[in-house]
Ligand binder design. Structure first.
Ligand SMILES: O=C(O)CCC(=O)C(=O)O
Ligand SMILES: [Fe+2]
Length: 288
């Protein structure tokens, strides 16, 4: 794993709000991520289909709830637009030991913390995003407004498991938008351009396509405007992603993936530091 961010990469990430790192995984790691992700997704989808619930070694009630609600919504509307944007499985590390091992790698934590410029980093949630054959585009949106903390230094990694191209739905970014984003956001809906209702000035910006060969990692700030194209091919475009929360971030009152009991126990302003829910995967204190 290419896990040392260079000063140029850090600078570019800070300025643009996104960064492409080619060959982030070597070929052995890529094969391992592919197999593990596919297995974890199959396992998740099977257990939802067969038992109506989420099976797993220690899957949390919160994951079960999130997945069940999403699956029900998709099943109720199988030809619905959103279900054809991507198959989305969150918190696979909670239900799959191999995925947990991948996600808890402190080298990943160090890389994203260094790009984000923070002293410690927690997992918000991992998420497999498989755009299906002939799948719909992912409309322009911001990530951080969906989450239960607000931080201008939140960050995500998006790893291509298949070559992501302009043909099959690679990522697109609007450079620098993390600097001017407020917390207004558009849902990922049918209108690609809904986000510009809130940020009309961003219409002036040229979007940047980020084709990514399998094994490439693309990073973005949680406030950088991004989306992905349609999949015009007959093969899936698979990506494994993880969203991260800077250590010390506090609860903002929004529900997203927190277990209900924990959510109900929180007051706005409480530090989100439960290691079973948001594991601290790297801190500059722990490594001296
Ligand atoms: O994979 C996609 O189509 C969208 C990914 C995305 O929005 C994200 O990783 O935050
Ligand atoms: Fe996103």
């Amino acid at each position: 794993m290419n896990h040392q961010a260079t000063p140029e990469q850090i600078h570019s990430f800070q300025e643009n709000g996104f960064l492409v790192v080619e060959n982030f995984l070597d070929s052995t790691e890529l094969e391992h991520w592919r197999q593990t992700t596919q297995e974890a997704v199959d396992h998740r989808l099977d257990s939802l289909k067969n038992s109506g619930g989420v099976a797993g070694d220690d899957v949390s009630a919160a994951v079960a709830e999130i997945e069940e609600n999403r699956l029900k919504a998709n099943q109720a509307d199988p030809d619905g637009y959103y279900s054809q944007v991507f198959t989305q499985c969150v918190k696979l590390a909670d239900s799959h030991a191999g995925m947990r091992e991948i996600m808890f790698d402190s080298r990943l934590g160090e890389f994203v913390a260094t790009l984000a410029g923070v002293d410690g980093i927690r997992i918000w949630h991992d998420q497999a995003l498989f755009k299906p054959p002939f799948g719909n585009p992912t409309g322009w949106h911001l990530d951080n407004p969906y989450w239960s903390f607000s931080s201008r230094q939140s960050i995500s990694i998006w790893v291509a498991l298949d070559d992501a191209t302009r043909d099959n739905g690679c990522m697109y970014y609007l450079p620098g938008t993390h600097k001017t984003a407020t917390y207004q956001n558009a849902g990922i809906g049918k209108n690609q351009a809904d986000l510009f209702k809130f940020y009309p000035q961003w219409r002036e910006l040229s979007s940047v396509a980020c084709p990514a060969a399998a094994g490439t990692a693309v990073f973005h700030n949680g406030l950088t405007a991004h989306g992905a194209g349609a999949n015009m091919t007959n093969r899936p475009r698979r990506a494994m992603t993880c969203a991260y929360m800077p250590d010390g971030s506090t609860f903002n009152g929004v529900q997203n993936i927190l277990p209900i009991k924990y959510f109900e126990s929180l007051k706005v302003g409480d530090v989100l530091n439960d290691n079973t829910i948001n594991p601290l995967i790297w801190s500059n204190k722990s490594t001296g």
